[in-house]
Design a protein around this ligand. Sequence first.
Ligand code: AHM
Ligand code: MG
Length: 337
Amino acid sequence: MSEDKPVTDIITLTRHVLEEQRKYKDASGDLTLLLNIIQLGCKFVSTNVRKARLLNLVGLAGGAQNVSGEDQKKLDIISNEIFVNALRSSGKVSVMVSEEEEAAIIVEEGLKGKYCVVFDPLDGSSNIDAGVNVGTIFGIYRVLEDSSGNISDVLRPGREMVVAGYCMYGSSANMVISLGNGVNGYTLDNGIGEFILTHPNIKIPPRGKIYSVNEGNSKYWDEVCTEYFHSLKFPPEGKSSYSARYIGSMVADVHRTLLYGGIFAYPSDKKSKNGKLRILYECFPMAFLVEQAGGKAITGTKRVLDVVPESIHSRCPIFLGSKEDVEDVERLYQKHA
Ligand code: AHM
Ligand code: MG
């Protein structure tokens, strides 16, 4: 066999999901189709992130602001439209929540399906002008029994999600997904336009050597955060200190944490009582993935996936990553309770 013979038995994301779904007798194929729509959106965003500078998509979109009062980028708006249009027309979705939409989108009768999708179409977009990695984060709930599909279908604990994932747009587009039975990573092959399984069964190391937090906020931290991060930099004699890595793009910081281990945090502080990151479409999907990879995600005092969001854009503090690292924080919060 010649060495340059191409691999012909490729495991694409769709094939992988189909194989998984075959295990469930009552699987209708709807979830597979929905994930295909999400893949389409991610491929579109990936292409546009790459073309951004050439197409003049970098920069602010005519002074528009999103619901959190942040400037919207042209790419944020485009990415949001791609997902909303594709998901609505799929016929598989009843409710959508996007970081870029003030209200939940309730899909019209006739097009409603049995799923709800929550997403941040372009997370970390303040980094785009510098060419830093950005990403799409998403989570999927099944519409509750007896519900016609409304906001109560998404104001639920994250542990009830059926799928969580993100796509990171970096040197390549990396999709990381969990259907509730482990975590797999796929890399977009631009030549054939398919996500190929490249990181099967991702497991986060039980302890890491990296911490990831915006230390510029440290003057506002509570005593637990102050003590914890100090302990990583000034460990007892004979122990190595942790390395600091903070990209400021949650998808990229969590991706590194999943692969290398360590801890990522966006804590609450005196300025931001609930931290910065949004529960439904930032904290929940990432907490789901980290737990499925063997790690932990807490607010400080409780499991992130047990939080019930009060509103679709509510925020919560988060510490996620290697099990032992997160347990160190948990113990400190218990000690100071
Ligand atoms: P965005 O959704 O407006 O892009 O904000 C979320 C981003 C996350 O990707 C990242 O973890 C965090 O904001 C960084 O915030 P800060 O600049 O305060 O450190
Ligand atoms: Mg975001």
